[in-house]
Ligand binder design. Structure first.
Ligand SMILES: [Ca+2]
Ligand SMILES: [Ca+2]
Length: 259
């Protein structure tokens, strides 16, 4: 039953991995479920494109859902491709008038085809830093389009707990993190833990929670702090605390560093 005209596209379909549901007009029909098209055609926005008229098969399948009425349209004005093979790609094709395009500058948005060229869009706004410890107003990095945000000063409050502080542009809980225990840069010795001041046996628990390093036998304390009889590090002056901190003294408590 198969004449050469019918058998050829069938063979190409099998060779390309297309399903039998694929239509025989790869210039406008949807790509198959694997995003593939007949050999010589490429899948663009889920529609088979490319090739020349001489290799296009027209099986006359009815009910095609494509928008290509036969004359073709530049369906994507930002992909660098001549979607409808009329010799004009993207903005150079009149189909793209006032359509979104790509000016190849990732630091602009809203690029639009004007005339036959892509009109530069407006500068990309960078005002959503990924961390509360980064400046709200950032800048767009040329070439990559990434938003860059400067880190806020160490010790800046950055969370619901008093101990949530910015250290090096990252929000850390200074009652827990051994690399910034009680203050930025106050790193506990290897194997030691960081404990909240609130867990001490103070008569009055300090509201401004901070951290202190444990200091087992031979383990040093940060910033010249001394190892107290409690087994935890204690500052003897503000010089033993991080930049911007003071030394707190509560009745019945060991001294500690606080912002
Ligand atoms: Ca295009
Ligand atoms: Ca075109």
């Amino acid at each position: 039953m198969f004449g050469l005209r019918n058998a050829l596209p069938f063979a190409l379909i099998l060779a390309s991995g297309c399903t039998l549901l694929t239509q025989f007009d790869p210039n406008s029909q949807p790509c198959d479920s694997a995003g593939e098209c007949l050999p010589g055609f490429t899948c663009v926005n889920n529609v088979c494109k490319g090739g020349d008229a001489g290799t296009s098969f027209d099986g006359g399948g009815g009910g095609g859902g494509g928008t290509d009425g036969g004359g073709g349209r530049e369906t994507n004005c930002a992909d660098g491709l001549d979607d409808d093979n009329d010799g004009a790609r993207d903005c150079a094709d009149s189909d793209c008038a006032a359509q979104a395009c790509n000016d190849n500058d990732p630091c602009t948005v809203g690029d639009v085809c004007m005339g036959t060229t892509c009109q530069r869009g407006t500068p990309k706004v960078c005002n959503t830093p990924p961390s509360p410890c980064q400046a709200t107003n950032g800048t767009c990095e040329a070439g990559t389009g990434r938003c860059l945000h400067a880190p806020l000063s160490d010790g800046t409050s950055c969370g619901s707990r008093p101990a949530d502080r910015c250290c090096g542009g990252t929000c850390v809980n200074t009652t827990l993190v051994t690399s910034n225990c009680g203050g930025c840069g106050l790193a506990c010795a290897g194997g030691q833990l960081c404990q909240s001041i609130n867990q001490s046996s103070c008569m009055m628990e300090p509201v401004d929670t901070s951290g202190r390093c444990s200091c087992g036998t031979g383990a040093a304390c940060p910033m010249g702090q001394t190892c107290g009889t409690s087994g935890f590090c204690v500052p003897t002056s503000a010089a033993n605390c991080a930049t911007g901190q003071t030394m707190a003294m509560n009745p019945g408590c060991q001294t500690y560093c606080r912002y």
